[in-house]
Design a protein around this ligand. Structure first.
Ligand code: ZN
Length: 277
């Protein structure tokens, strides 16, 4: 049996996959191995800028349905296509097991035989996962965000109670609660997807020394810190003697967080330009 904590951790992992998805798509289009700034910072900043410019809506289209004539970063593309495939296939599996079949409606009882058809309103319910066919991508057309949200809904047992209509009639629940083995599968896939996304973005927990670029304020060594669910940070080992106008962290190091990173990158770029001049 799974504990609520397992379920919520998996839901958080699915959320991380959704929130980092834009960064992953940016990474696909960005050549790897730029020496500075490190990819973690540049995708983070690009993501911030894109969010500000509201450009992310276009990224909803699924990768598998898009053309990638010349992806700049094949590792990132591989990871993204894999994550998308894992979540789409999982949604297919969960829908096959737990989604109520589309209701049937008597269209005509005149003569024999009676004519029955799919209930169109039920079929069009936006909460449904639609399977793909050779000519139609089904719910996959809505991309990763929708699939991840949909899977999260099943994991959290959403819409598993019978529905009472305004006229007092009752319809069976749209979804059944997941059987234990599918809960297990969902938790496993959520963890796998999060790991794939964070690893390719190098946002899994790690500390990377910033080579060849000392702190512009005190000459101390800089370290880039990344971890799941956190924006990247850079710290300076110059301690409180460092005159940079940013806060100290709990270990007494100057730390550049989300909004200050751009200032740090600019200062470092300037320092390099001055040295080169
Ligand atoms: Zn410093």
């Amino acid at each position: 049996m799974y504990q609520p904590a397992d379920i919520h951790r998996a839901a958080d992992q699915l959320r991380t996959v959704r929130t980092e998805w834009a960064a992953l798509l940016i990474a696909v289009e960005t050549p790897p191995a730029a020496a500075w700034p490190p990819a973690q910072l540049s995708t983070h900043l690009a993501q911030q800028q894109a969010a500000e410019a509201d450009l992310l809506v276009a990224d909803r289209a699924p990768l598998t349905l898009r053309q990638h004539p010349a992806p700049a970063n094949l590792t990132a593309l591989d990871a993204a296509v894999r994550v998308e495939g894992l979540l789409f296939d999982l949604a297919d599996t969960l829908a096959a097991a737990a989604q109520r079949p589309i209701g049937r409606r008597l269209v005509s009882s005149v003569g024999r035989p009676e004519v029955w058809a799919d209930d169109e309103a039920d079929a069009a319910d936006p909460r449904r996962w639609r399977f793909r066919s050779p000519t139609d991508p089904g719910s996959r057309r809505h991309g990763l965000h929708f699939a991840a949200l949909w899977v999260e809904g099943r994991l959290l047992d959403e819409d598993t109670e019978p529905e009472r209509h305004l006229d007092g009639s009752e319809a069976p629940a749209l979804f059944a609660r997941l059987p234990e083995h599918l809960r297990h599968e969902t938790i496993r896939v959520a963890r796998q997807c999060e790991r794939l996304v964070l690893r390719v973005l190098e946002l899994d927990e790690r500390e990377t020394p910033v080579e060849g670029r000392p702190c512009p304020w005190c000459g101390g060594a800089l370290t880039l810190h990344t971890a799941a669910d956190q924006a990247p940070r850079v710290t300076c080992d110059g301690g409180s003697g460092c005159s940079a106008a940013v806060p100290l962290d709990n270990r007494g190091r100057r730390v550049w967080g989300a909004v200050d990173l751009l200032t740090l990158i600019e200062a470092l770029n300037e320092a390099v330009a001055v040295r080169a001049a």
